[in-house]
Design a protein around this ligand. Structure first.
Ligand SMILES: Cc1cc2nc3c(=O)[nH]c(=O)nc-3n(C[C@H](O)[C@H](O)[C@H](O)COP(=O)(O)O)c2cc1C
Length: 160
């Protein structure tokens, strides 16, 4: 089994809906999944290291910026080395804004900075997910599960 953390920030529930869908696409015989809303609390950075992979979700706020709880989480994130960990990023935004879902790209860069293996494909949903978003959500879940499984096996074999 691979250990998976689905961590997300959601103020009105749209990003949380995406998180729930992603979890449904993960195979429960392969992934042991923990789901958590980051809210405002401090997080022990060591906890991030307990997982083989992290699926991170955030909405976008204030002209293409990170919402406050995601911003606070970044202070924690910047203290850990995520070498060997796989990360997928998803989020909800609103196409009425110029910088649609910009927080998703900002978080991909943050995780890369900490040496995580960040999946190129990310999920960007206009408000709450509909039928058309399911393919994109499924793709992220499947790529994440495959890469994390391979990465954990490589680590176990002592290759890194
Ligand atoms: C003050 C404010 C600023 C926002 N700025 C952006 C933005 O720059 N880009 C974007 O894509 N969405 C923006 N949004 C839209 C939210 O990201 C969108 O409503 C999202 O679905 C909220 O996700 P949640 O339900 O998970 O909280 C903004 C919303 C508010 C209230």
């Amino acid at each position: 089994m691979i250990q998976v953390l689905i961590l997300y920030a959601s103020s009105t529930g749209n990003t949380e809906e995406i998180a729930d869908l992603i979890e449904k696409y993960l195979d429960p015989t392969v992934c042991e999944t923990t789901m958590e809303n980051i809210e405002m609390g401090d997080m022990d950075p060591q906890r991030l290291l307990q997982y083989d992979g992290i699926l991170f979700g955030t909405y976008t706020y204030d002209d293409g910026d990170l919402p406050f709880e995601t911003d606070i989480f970044c202070d924690t994130l910047r203290t850990v080395d995520l070498t060997g960990k796989v990360v997928g990023v998803f989020g909800s935004g609103d196409t009425a804004y110029d910088e649609f879902c910009a927080a998703v790209d900002l978080m991909k860069a943050e995780f890369k900075q900490q040496n995580a293996r960040v999946i190129q494909h990310s999920v960007k949903v206009d408000l709450s997910p509909d039928e058309e978003d399911l393919q994109s959500i499924k793709k992220l879940a499947e790529e994440f599960q495959d890469l994390t499984t391979n990465s954990a096996a490589t680590r176990k074999a002592g290759i890194f």
